[in-house]
Design a protein around this ligand. Structure first.
Ligand SMILES: Cc1cc2nc3c(=O)[nH]c(=O)nc-3n(C[C@H](O)[C@H](O)[C@H](O)COP(=O)(O)OP(=O)(O)OC[C@H]3O[C@@H](n4cnc5c(N)ncnc54)[C@H](O)[C@@H]3O)c2cc1C
Length: 520
């Protein structure tokens, strides 16, 4: 029988999960294409930016992964390149080399029977002037290395004898923009570095630096009213107060960055509706993501041959790209369209009410598994029901099917259904590999029992001063939360266990002990 050729785009969470699970005997070839020749353990990237960990501890070379079972056929091929165009009709991918240093340019085309697209996403600056030119990002190891170099440089410059107080204040004002988990963890790590290691020169890597700590500030700027959107409110509140009180991070909520120049940043306060300029020494932008160029290119291809007009890659509940069923899009680059599932649940509920001649009051039936396993989907159902109730109660509107469907459609189009996390990406990677391996599953079968179901295993966030917080999904949609130094131990243990590399774990353990004993 014909064995399919599988191509995987990317070496991130979803790609590596799929790669590790694909049964090599079942494919003619498996080819991985990515401009990054290592897997990056992103949750620990903030630690590398401040020197708690070295960047090699959090990266596993792709060659180690592809040659892991080298005695098994077929060999997994890796190409150090990026995909620039995908043609879903001819099933061809155009690739370009990704060498930074050589002038050599090469382009090649590769065919596939099944494509796993897991190219992640890129930073979104929301067209804020000056961000691209003056801000650091935190997506890759290179970003963390650059950031660390600038932190060290600022500290060294601030300790020069001719520096005025104003110069020192500016150089040592560190801003993190974006109050999601990446921003929070980076602010916490940076503050630890400054207030533990730099302040305590006995244990500091920067022993010679005579920086005056009164000039040092770490500020976390968040445009929303709360940090950590999507987390349980107990964690949001704990995190905000812990960062402020214990970790010495200034948290600015309801504040938007509207422009960045080479030395100052413009902040807009949503409450007072005022704008002010603040001097800065370093700004790290972690406020949002957007589709990559290859995702845009694929969408253009799909939209040109179908009636779809999508702006992000949408898949069905089996992770197959709408309009290109031989492409599986997983991880941050795609979103599952669950509109039919929401529509069925809500219209059934509505039908029930009509039949029973009742208002919205009776408790809704349990959610189908595909909607109940992730907090965004649960929240969305709640919002849809709340919208409908508002129409009935406040506006006294008699609901009909058309109105119900319109509200479901509107709400669904405004929200990503799965959180953009490593957990989701990894589970989707495993799921797609299983789907491809398991020839008994009819790929075009839309049975819910074979659809992707996200299992929320909880969320961990490091909040500084040796404290972490954790939320685990509990019963009745109520999360169980913990925070403290014991949770910090869980945080370390969880990531140590998740890093699937013996060398990586060894380096991780050594780095943690080294930082703890000798400082960063
Ligand atoms: C600093 C940081 C901290 C984070 N912390 C957490 C956390 O604590 N918990 C959590 O759950 N999530 C966390 N995340 C989010 C998590 O990393 C992402 O959700 C996850 O990486 C998504 O996996 P992915 O496989 O979709 O994409 P990625 O892991 O981003 O991988 C994308 C891959 O595609 C490659 N690629 C890009 N363009 C192309 C192309 N044109 N052709 C071929 N290959 C291409 C890239 O080089 C990369 O190898 C964090 C993210 C960051 C940046």
């Amino acid at each position: 029988t014909h064995k399919p050729k599988v191509v995987i785009l990317g070496t991130g969470w979803a790609s590596i999960a799929a790669l590790n699970k694909l049964d090599r005997d079942k494919y003619e070839s498996i080819t991985v294409i990515s401009p990054r020749n290592s897997f990056l353990f992103t949750p620990l990237l903030p630690c590398t930016a401040v020197g708690t960990l070295s960047h090699t501890s959090v990266a596993i070379p792709i060659r180690d992964i592809t040659s892991y079972k080298r005695y098994l056929p077929p060999t997994i091929e890796y190409a150090y390149a990026y995909a620039s165009e995908i043609d879903p009709l001819t099933k061809q991918i155009k690739c370009n080399h990704s060498g930074q240093f050589s002038n050599h340019s090469s382009e090649f085309t590769i065919g596939y029977d099944k494509l796993i697209m897991s190219v992640g996403c890129k930073t979104n600056t929301w067209n804020t002037p000056g961000v691209e030119e003056h801000c650091h990002y935190l997506k890759e190891s290179g970003d963390a290395i650059l950031m660390r170099q600038q932190i060290i440089e600022n500290l060294e410059l601030a300790s020069l004898p001719n520096m005025t107080d104003a110069d020192k204040n500016r150089l040592l004002s560190f801003y993190i923009v974006g109050g999601g988990p990446t921003g929070v963890e980076l602010a916490a790590e940076l503050s630890d570095l400054l207030h533990e290691d730099i302040a305590n020169q006995q244990h500091s890597f920067f022993r010679g630096v005579k920086a005056d700590m009164s000039n040092v500030s770490v500020t976390l700027v968040q445009s929303a009213p709360k940090l950590l959107p999507g987390f349980p409110h107990q964690i949001q509140d704990f995190c905000q107060s812990h960062l402020n009180k214990e970790s010495k991070v200034d948290v600015m909520l309801n504040t938007r960055v509207t422009g960045v120049s080479d030395t100052t940043m413009e902040l807009y306060d949503k409450h007072t509706k005022t704008t002010r300029n603040v001097p800065y020494g370093l700004v790290v932008w972690t406020a949002g993501v957007q589709p990559t160029d290859i995702a845009h290119s694929l969408l253009k291809e799909i939209n040109s041959v179908t009636t779809l007009n999508d702006t992000t890659i949408q898949t069905d509940s089996h992770c197959r790209v709408l309009g290109a069923p031989d492409i599986f899009a997983v991880g941050d680059c795609a979103d599952i369209v669950l509109l039919p599932e929401y529509m069925k649940y809500v219209t059934d509920l509505f039908q029930n009410k009509l039949t029973l001649q009742q208002a919205i009051d009776p408790p809704p039936p349990p959610l189908p598994p595909v909607l109940s396993r992730s907090s965004p989907t649960q929240r969305l159902v709640k919002r849809i029901l709340a919208d409908l109730e508002k129409l009935v109660v406040e506006n006294n509107i008699q609901l009909d099917f058309e109105t119900v469907e319109k509200i479901v459609e509107e709400r669904c189009s405004r929200q990503k259904h799965l959180p953009p996390t490593a957990q989701v990406a990894q589970q989707q990677g495993h799921y797609v590999a299983d789907l491809l391996n398991n020839s008994v599953i009819d790929m075009y079968h839309n049975d819910e029992s074979t659809s992707f179901q996200y299992l929320n295993r909880g969320q961990l966030v490091y909040v500084g001063a040796h404290v972490a917080s954790m939320a685990l999904p509990g019963t009745n949609d109520i999360d169980v939360t913990w925070a403290g130094t014991a949770t910090n131990f869980v945080w370390h243990a969880a990531y140590f266990g998740m890093l699937e590399s013996t060398t990586g774990r060894y380096e991780l353990a050594v780095d943690w002990i080294k930082s703890y004993v000798f400082g960063r």
